[in-house]
Design a protein around this ligand. Structure first.
Ligand SMILES: Cc1cc2nc3c(=O)[nH]c(=O)nc-3n(C[C@H](O)[C@H](O)[C@H](O)COP(=O)(O)OP(=O)(O)OC[C@H]3O[C@@H](n4cnc5c(N)ncnc54)[C@H](O)[C@@H]3O)c2cc1C
Length: 517
């Protein structure tokens, strides 16, 4: 791997395997081997460390408004989302949905698909090709040539409270943004380091399907990849310490996903504790305890998806007088300012809601507050999220239990998709739409949708909460028939029915009786 000019100690960028045409295009875009770092400007309005979503949005937004910006990236521009996260995972999720639809096509009068197998290599190749295409948007050249940003490839670290050092060069700044993201952490399981495991940084490089896969962790990442690999043809066991998967979500939402996974042939190991991992004659052996009983699993690969640790090491944060917690990340106030008033942070490195859309939203707040004396607060954000299982689980705002913990009285309404014509016609009636209202009003506190495209459906609730629109307004909005989003309209109808008090019913009845007389 070529070294950067003036760069002696930088580690080579991680290999994106396999080194096929798609991955070569990707690397040419997001870490060109022949890249020459520019001569630094005397002083930058903004130096951004880390070129994942938060860093790219902060750099591009600031430069677009006329700021002189430096962007520092040690590995791949695009960060987790493009290279090891959202993009590759959704690429292979699409393939897994395709084979699922083929296998279950008998219901629609198309027999013969039940035993079809997917070409795993080809599905992965498709993902790499699309990822390479998307990478043009995050390319180092685009940021230099179209946006006028000084892009430095190398490890960034603070050399003082007002300067960053990268590849032997010092970048002086008025303001800096720490956007260094987070990485997968392995649980402290005896033997796991010796035996080896996959993380999100390596799983998308597979070219051969593991026959038997254990996924440790039943959160969003673990669930998405469990179901995907099961549908692609692996025998998958998912190991989760809690009583249900997706423990943040309502138990009945998680149960629908669990049932779907069981139909996909997944072995659920709930309430389980991994004791140790070793290598046996049958592959990798996992000793676990489940419901007080000892159990042994033999697998070919182990995928770990249990947690993320912020990238704070090596940044010399002490030198910059930036306070941080090794587990929680850089400490910021509501305006994303660190303990050094010149330095801000955004994205996974400082925020508990680790999503691409949040990193994007935080970067916009950062630009306003750091460069233009803005007073924007992260507490004002309405943050939806979605787990892209089949069906998807999407949520925004409060859960019922959270509202009650805060002493807020709620009215919760649920419409099962079995009451929605389009969901029945699509054969996608496993799910529901649920809303939590402040009792006695139509104010939406939170909502959950479980549906095949719940991620698309939740936006109606997010918009309503963000703009203070109540459920009655959704009720007055005509929804095309037949759509699955009609479930949301039906929630509004259900709410209107709750407003029909016995007295109102009596008055209406009397009026209608008088009309008939
Ligand atoms: C498998 C998976 C699937 C996901 N799916 C989704 C999804 O569907 N939707 C969603 O919203 N979110 C998803 N996420 C989460 C999403 O990827 C992250 O929230 C998002 O990438 C965070 O962006 P970021 O800019 O904060 O950090 P990152 O993307 O991690 O970028 C940080 C960058 O900083 C660089 N860096 C670190 N230290 C230094 C240094 N000292 N000097 C220079 N550079 C440095 C890193 O190399 C990296 O490129 C997924 C994550 C995973 C792992």
């Amino acid at each position: 791997m070529t070294r950067m000019k003036g760069e002696e100690s930088m580690k080579p960028p991680p290999l994106m395997l396999p080194q096929d045409e798609s991955n070569q295009t990707l690397i040419q875009n997001v870490h060109p081997p022949e890249w020459e770092n520019p001569e630094p400007a005397p002083c930058y309005n903004l130096v951004v460390i880390g070129a994942g979503t938060a860093g790219l949005v902060a750099a591009a937004g600031a430069a677009g408004l006329g700021a002189k910006v430096a962007l520092v990236e040690r590995h791949l521009l695009g960060g987790d989302c493009l290279n090891y996260g959202c993009v590759p995972s959704k690429g292979i999720i699409r393939a897994s949905r395709a084979i699922y639809d083929v296998r279950t096509s008998r219901e629609f009068g198309i027999p013969g698909g039940e035993d079809l197998r997917i070409d795993f290599g080809q599905a992965m190749e498709r993902m790499r090709r699309i990822r390479a295409g998307i990478s043009a948007h995050d390319s180092a050249r685009r940021f230099r040539e179209e946006l006028g940003i000084d892009v430095f490839l190398g490890e960034g670290r603070f050399a003082g409270p007002d300067r960053v050092e990268v590849a032997g060069k010092q970048l002086r700044f008025r303001k800096a943004a720490i956007c260094t993201g987070a990485r997968a952490v392995a649980p402290p399981i005896p033997g796991i380091e010796e035996v080896g495991y996959l993380t999100n940084e390596t799983v998308f490089s597979l070219t051969d399907l593991p026959s038997r896969l254990a996924v440790i962790g039943g959160g969003p990442l673990g669930c998405e990849l469990t179901q995907t690999f099961a549908r692609l043809g692996s025998q998958v066991s998912i190991l989760e310490s809690q009583g249900h998967l997706l423990s943040r979500e309502d138990p009945d939402a998680a149960e629908i996903v669990q049932n779907s996974m069981v139909r996909d042939g997944v072995e659920l190991c709930l309430k389980s504790k991994v004791l140790r991992v070793s290598r046996g004659s049958e592959g990798k052996v996992i000793d676990l305890e489940q419901g007080g009983k000892a159990k042994e699993l033999s697998v070919d690969e182990i995928l770990v998806g249990v947690g993320r640790a912020p990238h704070v090491g090596g940044l010399n944060l002490e030198k910059a007088k930036v306070a941080y917690d090794p587990k929680l990340g850089v400490k910021v106030n509501e305006r994303l300012q660190t303990s050094n008033p010149r330095i801000f942070a955004a994205g996974d490195v400082c925020f508990p809601y680790k999503f691409t859309h949040t990193a994007d939203a935080l970067a916009r707040i950062l630009i306003a507050n750091a460069l233009f004396m803005g007073r924007q607060k992260t507490s004002a954000l309405v943050i939806p999220w979605c787990t892209y299982t089949d069906p998807e689980v999407a949520h925004v705002g409060m859960y019922e239990r959270g509202a009650r913990e805060k002493g807020i009285e709620v009215l919760t309404l649920t419409v099962p998709l079995t009451e929605v014509d389009r969901a029945l016609l699509d054969g996608e009636a496993q799910g529901f739409a649920r809303v939590h209202l402040r009792k006695g009003t139509d104010e939406i506190l939170g909502a959950t949708v479980v549906a095949r495209h719940a991620g698309e459906m939740i936006n109606e609730f997010s918009l309503a909460i963000t703009s203070g629109v109540g459920l009655s307004a959704i009720g007055k909005t005509i929804h095309p028939y037949p759509t699955q989003a009609e479930a949301i309209k039906k929630l509004a109808d259900a709410y209107n029915r709750t407003r029909l008090t016995p007295l109102a019913r009596k008055v209406l009845g009397a009026w209608l009786e008088w009309q008939r007389s």
